[in-house]
Design a protein around this ligand. Structure first.
Ligand SMILES: Cc1cc2nc3c(=O)[nH]c(=O)nc-3n(C[C@H](O)[C@H](O)[C@H](O)COP(=O)(O)OP(=O)(O)OC[C@H]3O[C@@H](n4cnc5c(N)ncnc54)[C@H](O)[C@@H]3O)c2cc1C
Length: 466
């Protein structure tokens, strides 16, 4: 490696790799980004639904970026996209389909955990006995969390099985395409761990950490939770997107980088395969785990923890249903205990202003949980028919879809098992010791959300810049 400190290589052109490259570029370094596939963005993809020339161009992967995390908003500002930001159309209820009927998701909860027992007063999603059991969390002695456990272990102990299976698993398990009895508390739900360690109770802890949610609940107590929309509308938006979808973020990042450093269709399978290696001062590896393991196979912790790193596979069908939308909702969750393949339906045309539709509904149907490859092996036609049939049981659809887009995401989301954070620390330490000028970044190490990936990519570059 030269002493000039001026040339960086980034391997992987998803949001993490492009964010790292952006950081190097801003610091005046030359940067080469190598991407194995023929498009930028990795899991971020915005593409047409249907093959008509006027087909709507819609997010096929992530559609929502968390506002609360600074890294996403900061990047949007730096890329000059602030005026293109959009927020979910408020107030749109989200539902959960269980026991053959739709239930409005109760407001006053965080990750499905009530910030006050009163948040469950007006829902019949949970029985009276289940509500009483959940409130027991307030009077139990604190749970010792010195060791990482599954989210399910903590929630079942503190709140009981009913709330855990019917509300927390659909939300938290759904976000992670997994089930909370296999997910690390520290890695996948650090908020719950924080509530318990700092406040000795999940309900009390979240109530203190999110006082505005509890305060809004004060007004909800006298009415049905599905009439809480006015108060929801007053709160700052939780998510953002962009007028042309989340894929616009990738487009703008690529535009901000010098074209001669962007190499599509160029996998790097070994460090020795990097062009002009003697001029490289810093490398960020921003690929999924297995590709990283192939690159860094001389680090024992990488071999031990990344070669067989577990992932969930996700398959999606995005459909246009013509006519009057059968439901005006942000989406419907389908809990694991309900036994459907469908895990969620996102009503994109009701949720986002950029996907508003004059005549019909644009709905994304998601399937796939960690350990279940069932939908991955189905043909496109059977997948679409099965998911539509399951949706039809929750909301009778009046018409056949006029367009269907199938999107497969093999190795969609890294699966964080208990002890994940310790294993990642070990991997990073091992890489640092053997390759001081290489950093690993991305969803496996930094968190699955887009802001976490952006922050991880930029942080990796910053460490190498110094
Ligand atoms: C269906 C779905 C919905 C999601 N929804 C949301 C959401 O609403 N909000 C949210 O915040 N997050 C969401 N996520 C998560 C988020 O999109 C991802 O965690 C994030 O985009 C991962 O980015 P990454 O750059 O770390 O990895 P990736 O996007 O996987 O990028 C890695 C890149 O490395 C490339 N690569 C692999 N091997 C090599 C090699 N040898 N050489 C060169 N390149 C290589 C790959 O082709 C890929 O482009 C969703 C994910 C999925 C799958």
């Amino acid at each position: 490696m030269s002493d000039l400190g001026r040339r960086a290589v980034v391997i992987g052109g998803g949001i993490t790799g492009l964010s790292a490259a952006f950081e190097f570029h801003r610091a005046g370094w030359t940067v080469d980004v190598y991407e194995a596939s023929n498009r930028w963005g990795g899991k971020i993809l915005t593409s047409p639904v249907g093959d008509q020339p006027e087909a709507p161009v819609v997010d096929a992967g992530p559609d929502a970026v968390l506002m609360r995390a600074d890294a996403g908003r900061e990047l949007v500002d730096q890329l000059g996209l602030t005026d293109e930001m959009t927020h979910p159309i408020a107030p749109k209820p989200a539902y959960l389909f269980l026991d053959g009927r739709l239930h409005v998701l109760p407001s006053g909860t965080v990750l499905g955990v009530p910030v006050d027992p009163a948040a469950l007063d007006h829902t019949n999603l949970i029985s009276d006995a289940g509500k009483e059991r959940a409130a027991g969390d307030l009077t139990m002695p604190p749970t010792d969390l010195t060791e990482d456990v599954t989210i399910g272990t903590l929630c079942r102990e503190r709140l009981g099985d009913e709330l855990t299976d019917r509300l927390i698993d659909p939300l938290v398990g759904g976000i992670n395409a997994s089930n909370i009895d296999r997910l690390s508390l520290q890695a996948a739900a650090p908020l719950l761990a924080q509530a318990m360690t700092e406040h000795g109770s999940l309900i009390r802890g979240l109530g203190k950490m999110y006082p505005h949610i509890g305060a809004a609940l004060g007004g909800d107590r006298g009415d049905r939770t599905d009439n809480a929309g006015d108060r929801r509308a007053e709160r700052p938006p939780v998510f953002f997107s962009l007028e042309r979808g989340v894929g616009r973020l990738i487009e703008a990042l690529v535009d901000a980088l010098p074209a001669n450093g962007l190499h599509l269709g160029h996998p790097i399978d070994a460090l020795a395969g990097i062009p002009d290696p003697s001029t490289v001062d810093a490398i960020v590896v921003a690929t999924p785990a297995r590709a990283a393991a192939a690159l860094l196979g001389d680090v024992p912790a990488v071999v031990a923890h990344l070669v067989d790193f577990p992932y969930a596979t996700v398959s999606q069908a995005t459909v246009i249903i013509p006519g009057q939308p059968p439901l005006d909702a942000a989406g419907i969750l389908f809990p694991r205990v309900g036994g459907t393949m469908l895990t969620a339906s996102t009503w994109l045309s009701s949720k986002w202003p950029q996907y508003r539709f004059d005549d019909g509904a644009l709905i994304r149907l998601t399937s796939g949980r960690y350990g279940d490859e069932h939908t991955a092996n189905m043909s496109d036609d059977i997948l679409a028919a099965t998911l539509l049939d399951e949706l039809n049981r929750a909301v009778p659809l009046v018409a056949e879809p006029s367009a269907v887009r199938i999107q497969r995401w093999p190795s969609a989301l890294p699966h964080y098992e208990p002890g994940h954070l310790d294993r990642i620390a070990e991997v990073r330490e091992g890489v640092l010791r053997r390759h001081p000028r290489i950093r690993l970044a991305g969803a496996v190490y930094d968190g699955i959300g887009i802001p976490a990936c952006i922050a991880g990519g930029r942080q990796a570059a910053r460490e190498l810049l110094t």
